[in-house]
Design a protein. Structure first.
Length: 138
């Protein structure tokens, strides 16, 4: 099973969003795991942590001819399920980010999708649950 190990995190990344180093490291670990699993499932990675005026996309991938934005949420067991942190407001924001990416990268609109990867980690750092939710839009 994958295990959470230490990760280098810059001071700016942690302080700019009011997160602890541990939280930032956990999030980065979750994004790494999601990227590996999505690639293993046959999706092609286009960008990671892509930013635009609307916000940041954790992962942008292609599934067949479809452009997909993937929001990765990672928590430890005992807290709320990661999925509950993806609100309607966040899904709308992800749609805006996806449209911005498609426009700036000159990608023709062949169908878009918003996915969520929800990851829970045990307190000892082992993987508890990995769930890929396709078409997460409400």
């Amino acid at each position: 099973m994958p295990r959470l190990v230490g990760s280098a995190v810059t001071v700016r990344a942690a302080s700019s969003v009011g997160m602890t180093y541990k939280t930032v490291a956990l999030g980065r670990w979750g994004e790494e795991l999601a990227a590996r699993e999505l690639a293993r499932a046959g999706l092609t990675m286009l960008a990671r942590n892509w930013r635009c005026p609307y916000g940041e996309a954790d992962l942008l991938v292609v599934d067949g001819a479809r452009l997909v934005i993937v929001e990765v949420k990672t928590t430890t067991v005992g807290k709320f399920s990661p999925e509950v942190h993806v609100t309607r407001w966040k899904l709308r924001r992800l749609e805006d980010i996806l449209a911005c990416y498609a426009q700036t990268q000159k990608r023709p609109e062949r169908g878009w999708r918003i996915d969520v990867v929800a990851i829970q980690v045990n307190r000892d750092g082992t993987l508890h649950r990995y769930t890929h939710i396709r078409n997460a839009y409400l």
